[in-house]
Design a protein around this ligand. Structure first.
Ligand code: PSU
Ligand code: MN
Length: 313
């Protein structure tokens, strides 16, 4: 039999926090291995952990290292993910492969949700989620992040999703799948680099406490899906549409020309957008992730204060 516990390494700090019901925030590793260049990736990963601690919560970065499920990474493990150019990108379908092959893998939003849930962590912050790609009616390219949000009870804080995706179809899909999408202090679904997308966000809440309360109510009713909290990039860090949109259009055209498909699509588009904006997008990217991590820590903090022993009947 597969004994799950024997495959998990949970750091001392995270294990202590979970067992004493302290606030914990999960962080993904694909953003480190595939989302940002070195050394910004490892610097950002460290500062995200520091922000979470500043807010009185405990960070848990998740990944697969030598086939071990890591809940809370050491400095050395973080460095491996940030510098080894051959780290795989694992979503739901890939996890068991890299674990059974005893390899390293960075986890996407979907895979990070799974590992967070296994570890007993309810809150997770990232930059942007995967979604329905433009042209999906032909390619069927819908990120497994969306189906994971439909089935795994973890609340994900993101700055919406990048306009490399079809944001309208992404919102439709989340509606079909019964995933609450909450705009934090906004009526508009944010588009990662910019605060506006032109699409209404289905629900709005203005405080971390209300979001914690919604999560408690949702899960207390037995609605065992995830929640998506859409947190707009701070206005000072947002990018002008005239710069970001042409870069996105060009990246999409190059992907089509070069026949990029499958799991390579998102990393290809991300790295082209970054190169085409000459690194300007990286500065915005780092700022928005920090902003998301702070909100996730505040929500986790409220959650631990309202008591998370269940909704009760
Ligand atoms: N979008 C971003 N930055 C990212 C990703 C998406 O703006 O780093 C990463 C996340 O790890 C996300 C994954 O879960 O890409 C989605 O990949 P795919 O579209 O192949 O499911
Ligand atoms: Mn895809």
């Amino acid at each position: 039999m597969f004994n799950l516990k024997s495959h998990i390494d949970i750091s001392f700090e995270v294990a202590g926090a979970i067992s004493s019901r302290m606030p914990v925030v999960a962080l993904e590793s694909t953003i480190i291995a595939h989302g940002m260049p070195y050394p910004e990736n490892v610097e950002t990963a460290r500062s995200l952990e520091a922000i979470i601690r500043e807010e009185g919560a405990v960070p848990a970065t998740l990944a697969v290292i030598n086939g071990r499920i890591k809940i809370g990474l050491s400095a050395d493990e973080l460095e491996i993910l940030a510098t080894d150019g051959n780290i795989a990108k694992a979503s739901r379908r890939d996890l068991a492969y890299y674990i059974s092959q005893k390899k390293h893998a960075a986890t996407t939003v979907a895979a990070t949700m799974i590992l967070a849930h296994i570890g007993g962590i309810q809150f997770f912050a990232t930059g942007g989620i995967g979604g329905v790609h433009r042209g999906a009616s032909e390619t069927f390219d819908v990120s497994a992040d969306l189906t994971e949000l439909a089935r795994t009870p973890v609340a994900v804080v993101s700055a919406g999703a990048k306009a490399i995706l079809d944001l309208g179809l992404t919102l439709e899909y989340l509606e079909t799948q019964g995933v609450p999408v909450i705009g934090y202090g906004t009526d508009e679904f944010p588009a990662f680099f910019s605060r506006e997308s032109g699409f209404d966000v289905p629900l709005r809440l203005d405080t971390a406490g209300e979001i914690a309360d919604l999560a408690k109510t949702h899960w207390g009713m037995g609605l065992n899906s995830g929640l998506l909290i859409a947190n707009p990039i701070p206005a000072a860090d947002s990018m002008p549409k005239e710069i970001i949109m042409p870069a996105i259009e060009q990246a999409l055209a190059e992907a089509a020309q070069q026949g990029i498909s499958g799991k390579a699509t998102t990393p290809f588009l991300l790295s082209r957008v970054k190169a085409l904006t000459e690194g300007e997008s990286l500065v915005s990217n780092i700022a928005l992730v920090k902003n998301n991590v702070r909100l996730a820590a505040q929500i986790a903090h409220s959650w631990s204060q309202i008591g998370n022993s269940g909704w009760g009947m």
